[in-house]
Design a protein around this ligand. Structure first.
Ligand code: IDP
Ligand code: MG
Length: 156
């Protein structure tokens, strides 16, 4: 369990195949950039079913699991890592609820989609799962760099 400073918490965010096909990459990534989060890793991946079964291992056995894997393997995803204060919880808040119809307007799911099985984006649900997901999707590691806006986003 890494002990990262609060300003450097990380979350794994993924634009799912529907979000990629609907040309929403720029808008979704832009929301995290605009909020003040730093992108420390990003890539397009057409994931295998084996990889996706690892990512969603906690959902194995759910009735929707086969459909979820098929959906997630149907095209490329845009996987990235945001870094900043409260990245996991605030990242989830920015995504909205799992069911887009229950998502507040102004959230990503609340603004861009309608059904749970096509909810366009993923975000880690805890710091521990974020670290696990980042290691799964970015075994090569993330990029450490100085953000010139840092002093305009944080007090210290
Ligand atoms: P989350 O993505 O908000 O964390 P989870 O419960 O972890 O939600 O489920 C993972 C993904 O599985 C959801 O984002 C959604 O794409 C899909 N999913 C969850 N529940 C259902 C369902 O009842 N029907 C179809 N797909 C579902
Ligand atoms: Mg989840």
């Amino acid at each position: 369990m890494p002990n990262r400073p609060p300003n450097a918490e990380r979350s794994f965010i993924m634009i799912k195949p529907d979000g990629v096909q609907r040309n929403l990459i720029g808008k979704i990534v832009g929301r995290f950039e605009d909020r003040g989060y730093k992108i420390v890793a990003m890539k397009m991946v057409h994931a295998t079913t084996e990889h996706l079964e690892k990512h969603y291992a906690d959902l194995k056995g759910k009735p929707f699991f086969p459909g979820l894997i098929k959906y997630m393997a149907s095209g490329p995803v845009c996987a990235f890592v945001i870094q900043g204060l409260d990245a996991v919880k605030t990242g989830r808040a920015m995504l909205g609820a799992t069911n887009p119809l229950a998502s507040a307007v102004g959230t990503i799911r609340g603004d861009y989609c309608l059904v749970t099985g096509r909810n366009i984006c993923h975000g880690s649900d805890a710091v521990e799962s974020a670290e696990h997901e980042i290691a799964l999707w970015f075994p090569e590691g993330v990029i450490e760099y100085e953000d010139t806006e840092h002093a305009w986003i944080y007090e210290n």
